[in-house]
Structures are given as structure tokens and as C-alpha cells.
Write a protein of this length. Structure first.
Length: 165
């Protein structure tokens, strides 16, 4: 690509860029479901700030610009829930999403002790599903999002991370 995208933990200063990036990236997802009330589009900046402070959030940077983001948290049952993965439309298809996922998995597994990783994606989101399956996630069930969109639930055991890293 001739330009180097770096992955690092998000800081408080990144919240506003994550907020704007998420709004941009999830427009296509909203169009897919004709539903503009999906969580990433209605989330407030304050709520993004809270997630950056409390959760495990990573960003992809190109220079000073945040061009990708993902967040995760370990839930009560020992699984880590990973979500809101997004990469700027003009930089999609270069493996940035997979790198963000790996960073989140590594932090949640090694540092926060998650036994497995779980993510949800809309049933029509083919690109997401392809990426998740390629990096080892398998469908474990379905769920309905709070916004009414049918979701596919995928999981991956954490220990596979250590052996393939």
C-alpha cells in the first residue's frame, strides 16, 4: 500500500474520530437492512468515550487519522464480546480488519483472561461473515439485535490464538 497503518490501543483523544468513523462506516450496513437506528449510528459521543475508557478498544491509524476501530469486553461467562469493527471504506480489503481483530483477541485473551471470543453480525453482512470465518470464527447461533436486525452469533476458542500466533 505504500503507507503504513499502525494498530494501537485507543486513547481518550481518539473518541471523537472513532465516533465519526463509526458513523461513516455503518451507513452501508444500515442500508443493507434499511434500518438507520442500528446501534453504531445512534450511539452518542459520550457513550463512545465511556467505552474507550472502560473497554478494550483498538484503533488503526494512518498518520494522525483513525481509519479503523474495534472494541471488546470480557462478559460474565468468561467470553469476550468483540464488536463495532469498522474500517474506513477507502481502506477496506487490505487486511486492517483482521489486524484489529487480532489485537483485540490478544488483549482480551492474554491480558484479560477470556476463554473464548464472541461476535455478532447481521445475517446479510457477507463481508463481515467472510472475514470472521477466515480468521477462525464459527457460527454458534442466531440472535435478534435490539434494533430488530437478525444477527448471526460467531465464536472462537481463545486457546487457538496462542498456537497460531
Amino acid at each position: 500500500m505504500g503507507m503504513s497503518v499502525t494498530i494501537s490501543a485507543a486513547t481518550e483523544q481518539d473518541a471523537e474520530q472513532i465516533f465519526r468513523l463509526q458513523y461513516l462506516c455503518f451507513q452501508s450496513e444500515a442500508a443493507l437492512y434499511a434500518n438507520y437506528r442500528i446501534d453504531p449510528l445512534v450511539q452518542t459521543l459520550d457513550s463512545v468515550r465511556e467505552e474507550v475508557a472502560a473497554d478494550c478498544v483498538f484503533v488503526a491509524r494512518l498518520g494522525d487519522e483513525v481509519v479503523g476501530s474495534v472494541r471488546g469486553r470480557v462478559t460474565e461467562d468468561g467470553a469476550a464480546s468483540i464488536g463495532k469493527l469498522c474500517v474506513h471504506p477507502r481502506l477496506q480489503g487490505h487486511g486492517i480488519g483482521a489486524r484489529l481483530l487480532r489485537a483485540a483477541e490478544s488483549a482480551l485473551g492474554k491480558e484479560r483472561g477470556a476463554k473464548r471470543f464472541r461476535l455478532h453480525t447481521g445475517h446479510r453482512s457477507e463481508n463481515n461473515l467472510r472475514l470472521y470465518r477466515r480468521v477462525g470464527y464459527e457460527t454458534v447461533g442466531t440472535a435478534e439485535g435490539a434494533d430488530g436486525v437478525p444477527m448471526i452469533v460467531l465464536e472462537k476458542p481463545a486457546e487457538t490464538y496462542a498456537t497460531t500466533a
